[in-house]
Design a protein around this ligand. Structure first.
Ligand code: SAH
Length: 268
């Protein structure tokens, strides 16, 4: 007797396709949720990209097909519309489609757009939350986003458009005054402009900061510096995407990082 599952979208079944968005965490195969792993094990097709934890693909059934949307012709240029269409087309073939994403589906992952597109197409969809890199990447490097006496909150922003860019909707001057930890995703290329702007808006040059790249992977790297010196330090270290930057007193602490969980025997 199959167990009733509240996460199971109604109307799904043989001949009726459905889609599950799975947030796979920052990259370590130990940081996917139990529900996310279960969905992968029940997939007929997995639509993945480079930020999803690739090692978890070893768990999918032998018959399951993998579509890497970063490898559709024109690579990372794959538009959201194209990805949405792939999800719709695959589900209409009666399959259980897992959209496998890095971190959490609703943190800059455009998961909400996928849910809307599927709902409009009449396809049942459910979302499995994931461990977001905005919190886990700093944590794996020993940087808490809040810490008693140091930060009462944290603010997560995307740095994909720089301060001053007409497409930016972020009030950087307000951010410089929040008194919360600042966490910047998608901000490697714009890091210098972000730091310069925060300094111009009155943040102390000596504010501790850290950039964490490839968190949860064996290639994890951390650069720590003060706000005024972080861009040079990140350049000198040759840091590339994906990386998270943390700005605030918490980045100057001395908690130990856990890094690669597998290397420490914490998974498997
Ligand atoms: N939905 C994802 C974020 C997608 S935006 C989440 O919740 O984590 C992509 C950005 O996530 C990258 O530019 C980088 O800032 C961050 N990121 C994702 N995986 C990462 C990792 N393993 N290490 C460091 N940053 C990571």
């Amino acid at each position: 007797m199959p167990r009733a599952d509240p996460a199971e979208p109604t109307g799904a079944g043989p001949g009726r396709g459905r889609v599950t968005l799975v947030g796979g965490g920052p990259g370590d195969p130990g940081l996917i949720t139990v529900a996310g792993l279960r969905a992968l094990r029940e997939a007929d097709v997995v639509v993945t990209d480079r930020l999803a934890p690739q090692e978890c693909l070893a768990e999918i059934p032998a018959h399951a097909e993998v579509i890497d949307v970063a490898k559709i012709p024109r690579g990372e240029q794959t538009s959201q519309e194209t990805i949405n269409q792939v999800l719709v087309d695959q589900a209409r073939r009666g399959r259980h489609v897992v959209r496998f994403k890095g971190g959490d589906p609703y943190v800059f992952g455009r998961g909400g757009e996928e849910v809307i597109a599927l709902t409009q197409a009449g396809i049942p969809v459910s979302v499995v939350p994931g461990v977001t890199s905005s919190i886990a990447a700093p944590e794996l490097a020993g940087v808490p986003v809040t810490h008693r006496g140091l930060a009462q909150g944290f603010t997560v922003v995307s740095g994909h458009v720089a301060p001053g860019d007409p497409r930016s909707t972020v009030d950087w001057a307000a951010l410089a005054r929040t008194g919360t930890t600042l966490v910047v995703l998608m901000g490697v290329h714009t890091l210098r402009r972000i730091c310069t702007r925060l300094l111009a808006d009155g943040m102390a040059p000596t504010t501790p900061a850290a950039t964490i790249a490839d968190a949860g992977l064996a290639s994890q790297r951390v650069v720590r510096a003060t706000l005024d010196e972080l861009p040079d330090a990140v350049d000198a270290a040759g840091i590339g995407s994906p990386a998270v930057t943390v700005i605030g007193a918490v980045a100057g602490g001395d908690l130990p990082g856990t890094g690669d969980l597998a290397a420490r025997g914490l998974v498997r």
